[in-house]
Design a protein around this ligand. Structure first.
Ligand code: AMP
Length: 225
């Protein structure tokens, strides 16, 4: 099954993608993670993208489309992929349809995570992740069970994103409303859109996404490949 998680920054796409990856043997493809890795590695692409990311704007379509094309070509051991943070513009969505068609694949479902703007700034400003496995945490909503030790891998190293400040989050929200929200109609027209309440707690959102994905399976009578 190939799916897209769609929603504003802070909606919990990364958290839900991590849960689905393990549970359903899917491969998570996050353009945000790929870009942050390029920035950390100091590659030319990373230098181009870094400043744009720190302003909370979208990096050019050709860069992220190129990153996704490479990953689709590299394949994966999973039973499909979860796209987290891609596509973010109509041009990216059209490119994705093309890239998949060229490879004899298709997108099965797009899960839209509904979240109001106001709580997002609070959600994002308190979040941090394990530096080793990427597990997500939050100062107020999800602290590690043992203080300063990752629940998932035992690491004691944690990182906060440079673009998780209130000012940058507001720019990221603006970019979402102006450039990414049109994808809702794009995928509704394709009959692929399913909506879940992203305001609920992590486990409840995960179960709602699970029901939406199982609904896709039932409709076609088999697990989409
Ligand atoms: P994310 O981790 O998905 O919130 O992405 C962090 C930042 O990376 C965004 O604010 C953008 O600057 C950039 N970015 C990630 N994915 C994309 C994309 N599909 N298109 C354009 N910019 C992106």
């Amino acid at each position: 099954m190939n799916l897209v998680l769609l929603g504003p920054p802070g909606a919990g796409k990364g958290t839900q993608a991590n849960l689905l990856e393990t549970e359903r043997s899917l491969v998570k493809l996050s353009t945000g993670d790929m870009l942050r890795a390029a920035v950390a590695a100091g590659t030319e692409l990373g230098r181009k993208a870094g400043d744009i990311m720190e302003r909370g704007q979208l990096v050019p379509d050709d860069i992220v489309i190129g990153l996704i094309a490479e990953r689709l070509d590299a394949g994966g051991k999973g039973k499909g992929f979860i796209l987290d943070g891609f596509p973010r513009t109509i041009a990216q969505a059209e490119a994705l349809d093309r890239l998949l068609a060229e490879r004899g694949k298709k997108l099965d479902v797009v899960i839209k995570m509904q979240v109001d703007d106001d709580p997002l700034v609070k959600r994002i400003a308190g979040r941090f992740t394990c530096a080793d496995c990427g597990e997500g945490y939050h100062d107020a909503f999800k602290t590690p069970k043992v203080p300063d030790v990752c629940d998932r891998c035992g690491s004691t190293q944690f990182v906060r994103r440079r673009d998780d400040t209130e000012e940058v989050v507001r720019s990221r929200l603006e970019a979402y409303h102006a450039q990414t929200e049109p994808l809702i109609d794009y995928y509704r027209t394709q009959g692929k859109l399913k909506c879940v309440d992203g305001m609920a707690e992590i486990g409840a959102v995960h179960r709602a996404i699970g029901r939406a994905l199982d609904g896709v399976k039932l409709k076609s009578g088999k697990t989409p490949g």
